[in-house]
Ligand binder design. Structure first.
Ligand SMILES: [Zn+2]
Length: 342
């Protein structure tokens, strides 16, 4: 693969190729793949990105690896779609706020497009995976459709019958939770993410395990991960079960508010702790059912995600296609005058 001016991709191509590249930048991992004309993934890469502010070249690196694995040249790329865990202005290619990545007010789309020489479309990662999950619903897509994803943070969107085919991103992670008092990275106190996210239940379990010298994980309490908490809960550990249930219950209250607000035909639930038998999911469903208006109860159903992590990549490619097919308005594309970033 030829190397461009920043060492991470080529420049000077016209973006008239036939394959698409999807990159999904989550709070912890980056995933990427090449999507062929037929819409199928032709390659797949996934790894922890170890992100720090300013290191957005991780996007072009992941895209380059996916192309290399698929034996595709940059000249054959039509465009790159990038899903970001945060608030974005997709039409402008702008990252407004991605707190878990340390990115704020970043013209990511135009800068990457200049570096790579192809159009780059920036989307919210939850909206991207929602598009893939909705397309995979057994009974076919429904509308309105509410979709919630819990991982490092909490994200949600609602899919409506809109002309541009783009889900409406909901800033649900920063909804105030009754009784919440912890300071959130956003600067407010008691946001949903401070009690219902993977970060939150991991922190809650760590504190209690650190205070219990008899606990089997006590010696490494400070470094246990969210997966450790989930695994311990499956083995019946009371602290882990309570941490997951507490977070799930808080999330369920927020889901009930969203259901009462948007009156969806279905609610998709995504994340590592949303599988069958999960105490997080059980507490979420119980709390949500308790707070959803009675007449709404029989008018929708909860649906666990089916596509999984690859949906973030195929979904962002689908959204990028829709964005670039729009007839008018601001278009994400190369901005030749932009200086390269370090
Ligand atoms: Zn917040």
């Amino acid at each position: 693969m030829p190397v461009g001016q920043d060492g991470h991709g080529t420049v000077g191509q016209d973006g008239h190729g036939t394959v698409w590249v999807g990159v999904d930048v989550g709070g912890t991992n980056v995933r990427a793949g090449v999507v062929g004309e037929e819409g199928h993934l032709r390659s797949w890469v996934s790894y922890r990105h170890g992100m720090s502010p300013g290191q957005f070249h991780v996007v072009s690196e992941a895209a380059g690896q996916a192309l290399e694995m698929a034996h595709v040249a940059w000249a054959d790329v039509a465009a790159v779609g990038v899903g970001i865990a945060g608030l974005v202005d997709s039409k402008a290619g702008f990252v407004i706020d991605a707190g878990n990545l340390g990115w704020h007010d970043l013209a990511l789309g135009p800068e990457l497009s200049t570096r790579l020489g192809v159009p780059v479309v920036i989307e919210n990662d939850v909206c991207a995976s929602a598009v893939a999950e909705l397309a995979a619903l057994p009974g076919g897509p429904v509308s309105p459709w509410l979709y919630l994803s819990v991982g490092t943070g909490v994200g949600a969107c609602v899919v409506l019958d809109t002309a541009d085919g783009h889900p409406l991103c909901l800033n649900v992670g920063h909804l105030p939770v009754p009784g919440g008092s912890r300071l959130c990275p956003c600067g407010k106190y008691g946001c949903l993410e401070t009690v219902a996210s993977g970060t939150a239940f991991t922190r809650a379990a760590r504190a209690r395990i650190a205070a219990d010298p008899d606990h089997v994980l006590h010696a490494r309490a400070a470094t246990i991960t969210g997966q450790d908490v989930v695994d311990s809960a499956l083995r019946g550990d009371a602290i882990s079960l309570e941490a997951l249930a507490g977070a799930g219950e808080a999330c369920g209250g927020a889901v009930a508010n969203l259901v009462n607000m948007f009156i969806p035909a279905g609610v998709g639930l995504s994340g590592g702790m949303m599988g069958p038998g999960s105490p997080y999911l059980a507490a979420l469903l119980e709390a949500a059912r308790r707070d959803i208006t009675e007449w709404m109860q029989a008018r929708f159903e909860f649906q666990c995600a089916r596509v999984g992590e690859k949906g973030g990549v195929t979904g962002v490619v689908e959204l990028a296609k829709r964005r670039l097919a729009e007839p008018a308005g601001p278009r994400p594309g190369p901005s030749p005058g932009s200086p390269p970033r370090p």
